[in-house]
Design a binder for this molecule. Structure first.
Ligand code: KG4
Ligand code: ZN
Length: 337
């Protein structure tokens, strides 16, 4: 029998619900983004996010069930992100999931958001354990060796900003719109990555830890020098700064990935998170994987960024491994894998 789960996600700035079957079929996946609500603030505002989740969650679940053509009673379980994330949003999701589980009698499974990302290659490509996952998003950056649905080894990660956060900050200081990844990537296409000497943080240190805040400061300094010298930024300056920044991020992530592959001898390198959309970065990671004899795998973008299909899937795997949660399931702002 192939189980079918409802997944609920509300840990950051996307409200999402999905219905997924154990054979990997995504029957429905609804994502209501909030970026328009936060656009004026240069980042996610927790209070606004919490209110929007509380308002939209019910509707997202209804839409997902309608798209799947199923009623709650047709399902086999409810999976919900129980952390880590902004507590207001996580609480809304957990409370809704508890209510639905209590009302329907369906089993409840609390999922770690990071496990959702980390298990996505199994949903999209039925990848076998073990594999290496590089999670690069607006809030996270880490290398995980994935040996099972609840067996993750963290090999390293950022010691300050996440790469998506760095893209967003670079966009802000160059006057580009948010979220910053896509406009920075677009500007970089016309740029000369070698014009400015930007640092490659932590490359001189062994291991897989990363840092992006010094790189951001270096770009800021270059910008200020240009503005002081010429009274503003030319289009070409902006392009060159974006290209230089992006190349530095790709270099650092590629070298740390090379080390992680060497250390683990993982047969597969999978990526997840919004930053995995970046073509320069993808090409750099693919080249590193090729060289190490590992298969490179990037799930479709809609499943790389925050969504509830990955939560439903992680719930299905956890349930199959015996996990059951009760009405005491806690919402956790911090929850390392
Ligand atoms: O995974 P995600 O949708 O949300 C979380 O952070 O959880 O990732 C969003 C991040 C943003 O910081 C955005 O600027 C970045 O991913 N991003 C990109 C690109 N597209 C999105 N960064 C670099 N290049 C891109 N093409
Ligand atoms: Zn995420």
């Amino acid at each position: 029998m192939s189980r079918t789960f409802l997944g609920i996600e509300s840990s950051c700035d996307d409200t999402a619900a999905a219905v997924v079957r154990e054979d990997g079929t995504i029957l429905a996946s609804v994502v209501a983004g909030q970026s328009a609500l936060h656009a004026d603030f240069g980042g996610v505002v927790p209070e606004i996010a919490a209110r929007a989740h509380a308002e939209k969650l019910d509707l997202c679940v209804e839409q997902a069930l309608a798209q799947a053509g199923l009623r709650l009673a047709d399902l086999d379980g409810i999976a919900v992100t129980a952390g880590p994330g902004l507590i207001g949003g996580v609480l809304s999701g957990v409370m809704l999931a508890k209510g639905l589980a209590a009302g329907s009698g369906l089993p409840l499974v609390g999922v770690n958001h990071l496990a959702g990302h980390a298990l996505t290659p199994r949903l999209t490509d039925a990848v076998a354990y073990p594999y290496l996952m590089l999670l690069v998003s607006g809030g996270h950056c880490q290398f995980l060796m994935v040996d099972g649905p609840d067996a993750f080894t963290r090999l390293g990660g950022t010691i300050d900003d996440a790469p998506g956060e760095a893209f967003d900050k670079i966009a802000k200081l160059l006057g580009l719109p948010q979220p910053g990844g896509p406009p920075v990537e677009a500007a970089a296409r016309a740029g000369n990555a070698k014009r400015f000497a930007l640092p490659r943080p932590l490359l001189d240190r062994p291991g897989c830890d990363l840092s992006f805040s010094g790189l951001k400061t270096a770009v800021l300094r270059q910008r200020d020098e240009l503005v002081a010298a010429q009274g503003g930024l030319h289009e070409q300056d902006r392009a060159d700064l974006c290209a230089g920044f992006q190349a530095a991020v790709a270099d650092v992530l590629a070298e740390k990935t090379r080390r992680a592959l060497e250390q683990t001898r993982a047969p597969v390198l999978a990526v997840a998170g919004g930053v995995a959309a970046n073509q320069t970065l993808r090409a750099a990671l693919e080249a590193v994987a090729d060289k190490a004899g590992a298969r490179f795998l990037a799930p479709p973008l809609t499943l790389c960024t925050d969504n509830a299909a990955m939560i439903a899937w992680a719930g299905i795997e956890a349930y199959a491994a015996g996990q059951r949660d009760g009405m005491d399931l806690a919402a956790r702002p911090r929850w390392p894998l």
